[in-house]
Write a protein that binds this ligand. Structure first.
Ligand SMILES: *[C@@H]1O[C@H](CO)[C@@H](O)[C@H](O)[C@H]1NC(C)=O
Ligand SMILES: *[C@@H]1O[C@H](CO)[C@@H](O)[C@H](O)[C@H]1NC(C)=O
Length: 358
């Protein structure tokens, strides 16, 4: 009798052990399954509501097929404090191409006496601009917004008062409109004038790994201009935290906002160089200024035949990054415009420009 009772107890015991094991296995599996969703590296838990919204808006804009208009135009956006010294040169550049371009001028100071009919009444409502600060970016956005009102404007070029064309209109028009990318300089500078300007207050939206540098002189497709209009999240981050001369931080929104923004949202949709040439090779605090005696046909030929873009970094190695300019899959000259030219070079430039064939 006792033996039978013990066997019965033992059987019950082992049944309990098996049940307990099954329950434990079930719990472990369930925990692993559900906790996968709760792990901190889950993408949706890591990013903020605003970031998800920005991602959705940008991805949708990128999917939109560009609207084909009968008269596609290039919008020339001039950002200048004072009257443009090279209006006469631009007049020669534009002449005979009416209907294929539009001009917008952001000029907060005095009202000019125009030298060219193409600039008459083309000023937009402007506000003062402090070099390198977010007010520069605000002026760029103002120019883009005004130019976007015209649906024929398909490509938007930002130019300064010291910029000149180094190609003729036909070449510029085809180069920009037929390109499948925007031209926004964008590179990593590990040094003090690059990543050294990054500030952690830009987190969580802007991480150091996404931070980029580039010239402010962009040219962009309409869809990219719309993305800039739609953005307030990243713009606000730069407005609050990327400020010239700010203590412990000397950040220039005009050199970081757009390169960082497009690096995050459409890195393959931008060529990583600017179509506006500038010469940093002297290694000074500012790029080279071209004076009257520098301006020769040789100089202009040299600039217009460059087919590799060069970026200088500010790290201790002072590396020079050289990349070929790839336009729609093949290597082509990089530059359509150039700066910085002194106003007094105008007469020589006018003379040389009349011989431009391309
Ligand atoms: C770009 O390149 C592709 C492939 O070579 C070609 O089919 C297309 O026509 C080119 N686009 C332009 C605008 O030249
Ligand atoms: C632009 O065109 C080239 C050549 O057809 C192609 O390799 C490249 O992926 C295109 N880029 C974009 C952003 O469409």
């Amino acid at each position: 009798m006792v033996g039978a009772r013990n066997r019965l107890l033992l059987r019950r015991h082992s049944r309990n052990i098996v049940t307990t094991c099954i329950v434990i296995i079930f719990l472990v599996v369930a925990y692993t399954y559900f906790s996968n969703d709760l792990r901190p590296d889950n993408a949706f838990l890591q990013i903020t509501d605003y970031e998800i919204e920005a991602r959705v808006v940008n991805e949708e804009i990128l999917k939109i097929k560009p609207l084909e208009t009968k008269n596609p135009k290039v919008a020339f956006l001039f950002l200048t404090p004072d009257p443009l010294p090279f209006e006469k040169l631009w007049d020669t550049f534009f002449e005979g191409h009416e209907g294929k371009f539009s001009v917008y001028v952001h000029m907060p100071n005095e009202k000019p006496v125009h030298k060219s009919r193409y600039f008459v009444s083309r000023e937009i409502r402007s506000k003062p601009v402090r070099w390198g600060s977010i007010s520069t970016v605000e002026a760029e956005r103002r120019l883009l917004a005004n130019a976007l009102l015209d649906p024929d404007n398909q490509h938007f070029v930002l130019l300064s008062d010291s910029c000149i064309p180094v190609r003729n209109f036909e070449f510029v028009y085809n180069y920009l409109l037929l390109a499948n990318v925007s031209f926004i300089e964008c590179y990593v500078d590990p040094g003090i004038h690059g990543n050294g300007r990054y500030i952690e207050n830009m987190l969580p939206e802007v991480e150091q790994k996404d931070f980029r540098k580039g010239s402010q002189w962009f040219s962009m497709k309409r869809k990219h201009a719309i993305m800039v209009m739609a953005d307030s999240l990243y713009f606000t981050k730069f407005k609050l935290h990327c400020r010239p001369k700010k203590k412990g931080q000397n950040c220039f929104a005009s050199e970081h906002y757009l390169p960082t923004f497009f690096n995050m949202f459409d890195p393959s949709g931008i060529a990583k160089w600017s179509v506006t040439f500038v010469d940093w090779s002297e290694g000074k605090w500012h790029p080279r200024f071209f004076k009257v005696h520098d301006v020769t046909s040789k100089l202009l030929n040299t600039i217009s035949s460059i087919d590799e873009s060069v970026h200088y970094t500010s790290d201790s190695k002072r590396s020079v990054l050289v990349t070929p300019c790839i336009w729609n899959g093949s290597k082509r000259p990089c530059f359509l415009f150039a700066r910085i030219f002194y106003p007094r070079t105008l007469d020589r430039l006018m003379h040389l420009f009349s011989n431009f064939t391309t």
